[in-house]
Design a protein around this ligand. Sequence first.
Ligand code: PNW
Length: 455
Amino acid sequence: EADAAPKSQSGFPDGFLWGTATAAYQVEGAVHEDGRGPSIWDTFSHLPGKIRDGSTGDVSVDHYHRYKEDVALMKALGATSYRFSIAWPRVFPDGTGTPNPKGLDFYDRLVDELLKAGIKPFATLYHWDLPQALQDRGGWQSRDTAQAFGAYAGYVANKLGDRVENFFTLNEMLTFVEHGHAAGVFAPGLTLPPQGVNQVRHHAVLAHGLGVQAMRASARRPIRIGPAENITIGIPAVETPENIRAAEIATREFNAPYLTVMLEGRYTDAYLAATGADAPKFTAEDLKIIASPVDFVGLNVYTPSFFVVATDAAPHYRALPLPSSYPHMASPWLTIGPEALYWAPRHAATLWNAKEIYITENGTSSADQLAEDGQIYDTDRIMYLRNYLTQLQRATAEGVPVRGYFLWSLLDNFEWADGYATRFGLVHVDYTTQKRTPKLSAAFYREVIARNAVA
Ligand code: PNW
């Protein structure tokens, strides 16, 4: 084993980065500490009936105070990278204006601890915790929020860019736009009419572009930047050339207001035709900003969307409804499609010529029952990871340029509107004692990392 070929066909490329991912509001707690301002998730989670178990992120898994223990857990996995998010309301409690140095200090300490452990930090600038002060001035419905994001992102790049080389701009625009501004089940809980939703989408991608520009201008050395998007993944239900082409066209169209406009610099004709009078208002200059060159593409990969070719007229693809018997994991939305981890990066390379790709999230919830011995034998999570990672290995073996994988999540944490009932961690957290217990899946992931191959 020790002298295995460096690029063995059954393994991942040399230098492939293995990590875990978290997000500030989901793990930090300490919401009133060191001058942090309120975010839309503080407001939303404290409203009655919004979170399934009536919980909030006030304390969560107390990562703000336990980050050293949590970095030690990563080190025990053998992880070589970590994706975390920076809480905008810690850095700018009012969203704009005067920064709060104590807020940034936390990320300084975290980054130093990671580097000491030999773990490469990847920082996400926005994982849904908009400062409430900006929501009060229109939130993502206002173009000013995109400008404010640019200023905040530039400030962080200036302060952390000396030690953090890699940044993601906004996490999953699709999720916070659709869930937060159309369905109303995530903060800020709005149900806007179509034009409003389209305008919010536009301001989100505009914020990404303004962020990329501001960060490059203010970092004191070259940094590397990309989006981290919940890509809708078109999978050819049967792999024929015709179905593959149909899945490509569908993937480009389904991501039209997100990855497609960011990477192509234009809204597709089909998107503009479909939105019609409700299309977002934008300028040619906006599109240039939105398509500011990025260094890599981050893809959050969970669920599959199946397609076959349609022989009739445009759009040349047929989206397949899932049979009611289609299997899912512990979260009902988490339908199982390991091939998603093959097709998502392959499409990014084919459609947008992505030269460097990170899987910024992939993972699953599990019922995670505690056994009599106090351990968690989450064989369903291992089954899920083994199948998905096998498909990722297929992609890298074919030369798709995937450089790293961040498993969601290091720890059980505040799963948004599901609260604490839904557990995504490799490490179990007892929410009364804050005791961390690695699950069996952590041992599986440690083995994958050690072998640089699916174990
Ligand atoms: C992502 N869906 O959210 C987020 O980036 C994480 O913060 C979150 O904890 C994780 O996935 C698990 O849910 C998603 O309905 C939320 O398809 C919903 C969906 C996908 C991703």
